[in-house]
Design a protein around this ligand. Structure first.
Ligand SMILES: CC(C)(COP(=O)(O)OP(=O)(O)OC[C@H]1O[C@@H](n2cnc3c(N)ncnc32)[C@H](O)[C@@H]1OP(=O)(O)O)[C@@H](O)C(=O)NCCC(=O)NCCS
Length: 150
């Protein structure tokens, strides 16, 4: 398999990160499913620059940018570009990020996933996440809270 790697985010990556965020496959997994515009995205990225508990990486596959993974105040989020999902890139990138997070001194990560997502929860379970709770919205099950011990 081609090499999956991580590199640190620079300002030049902000448009790419926004394009991932606005992909239908990613947007629909977010709590806010609306399309984000560049100026709101810029404000958000600037806030991450000032947050000492925010870490993020671009995922590369054979030197191409294909994904984005962030840990903000221990909350993990990930997105892989359409056309590159389901190829094993996420699995490999998660293991690289877990190693980096451990090096940063983190011992536990959290995540929340919506139940009506295309990617099966099996994916998170295979990468070591454990279900620790349920999220409800308007009295209906909406998602799972997950934890990953590093
Ligand atoms: C979730 C995500 C990061 C996983 O990355 P990925 O590179 O696609 O994952 P992998 O290729 O390593 O796939 C892992 C497993 O999930 C399955 N899978 C991944 N995406 C899938 C999809 N869209 N539909 C069905 N199965 C999928 C794969 O078949 C694979 O199963 P296997 O190991 O039993 O073969 C990526 O699909 C994505 O960006 N999804 C949209 C956003 C999202 O759900 N983010 C997660 C946090 S909320």
């Amino acid at each position: 398999m081609e090499k999956v790697s991580l590199r640190h985010v620079t300002r030049d990556d902000w448009r790419f990160i926004l394009s991932l965020r606005n992909q239908n496959s990613v947007r629909t997994t977010c709590h806010d499913t609306s399309k984000i515009n560049y100026s709101d995205h810029t404000l958000y990225m600037e806030s991450l620059e000032k947050n000492s508990n925010a870490y993020h990486w671009i995922v590369t596959f054979d030197k191409m940018d294909v994904g984005y993974i962030k840990i903000i105040d221990l909350e993990f989020g990930s997105s892989i570009k359409d056309g590159y999902q389901g190829m094993g890139i996420g699995t490999k990138a998660y293991s690289l990020v877990f190693k980096e997070a451990k090096k940063l001194g983190l011992s536990k990560l959290t995540a929340s996933v919506k139940i009506d997502r295309l990617t099966p929860l099996k994916f998170e379970e295979k990468t070591g996440w454990k279900k620790i709770g349920l999220d409800y919205k308007n009295n209906a099950l909406y998602g799972y809270k997950l934890e990953r011990i590093l």
